[in-house]
Design a protein around this ligand. Structure first.
Ligand code: GRF
Length: 221
């Protein structure tokens, strides 16, 4: 029996290239999901245009109209829940989330972070990786918990750093990887292959201790 598409809500703050990759993967049949709404905390961003173009509800909830983080997060939670998603996707959503919000979506919120977590949490990861003279860089999909950029890992993509790479070139190369692995991880969840219980992730019922890695266009387990 065909499985119904997974209802998702995507949160963005900017250009939304990951959102676009998710839209494209759904349209091409690679991702069995349905985006119920795209919500941005910033008005006028490109990601909202992308949503509208794809015929998806595009909503703005401007954090500047709220006095506290908690009041914004509560309004956001209510807006998200009005679409009854089974999974919430953070795709370049540039906000620190309050504890209650994160707990509310425990096990049903994913983020993508441009580093090989647990290394290089936070911002400016590409420059920091270069400064640290690393040979490899990457990007991680993880469930969101209350520690910043450190929830249980689901999937990573890894690239070699070339001697001519700059922060800009790495950003571009990493973005390409993001657009492959984020739809892939969401589809695992949609198919029931990816599950989460008590801060532990499972793929096909096996505990994910070390996340699968997407390297040179293939998955390594
Ligand atoms: C990506 O680099 C992602 O890893 C980070 O925010 C950026 C979003 O880019 N969390 P875009 O808006 O999807 O283009």
């Amino acid at each position: 029996m065909p499985v119904a598409p997974l209802p998702i809500v995507v949160l963005i703050s900017g250009s939304g290239t990951n959102l676009q990759a998710i839209i494209d993967a759904i349209e091409s049949g690679q991702l069995n999901a349905r985006i119920k709404a795209v919500i941005s905390n910033r008005p006028g961003v490109k990601g909202l245009e992308r949503a509208e173009k794809a015929g998806i509800a595009a909503k703005v909830l401007d954090h500047k109209n709220y006095e506290t983080r908690e009041s914004f997060d509560l309004a956001l939670q209510q807006l998200i829940d009005s679409y009854a998603p089974e999974l919430v996707i953070l795709a370049g959503f540039m906000r620190i989330l309050s504890e209650d919000f994160v707990n509310h979506y425990n096990g049903r919120m994913l983020n993508i972070h441009p580093s090989l977590l647990p290394d290089f949490r936070g911002l400016n990861t590409h420059q920091r990786v270069l400064d640290a003279k690393r040979k490899e860089h990457g990007v991680s999909v993880h469930f969101v918990t209350n520690e910043l950029d450190s929830g249980p890992l689901v999937l990573q993509a890894v690239i070699d750093i070339n001697k001519n790479d700059t922060a800009d070139s790495l950003a571009k190369r990493i973005h390409k990887q993001e657009h492959i692995i984020y739809p892939m991880a969401i589809n695992w969840f949609a198919e029931g292959r990816l599950t989460y219980n008590n801060k532990q992730t499972y793929l096909d019922n096996q505990i994910i201790n070390k996340p699968p890695k997407w390297i040179n266009n293939q998955l390594e387990y």
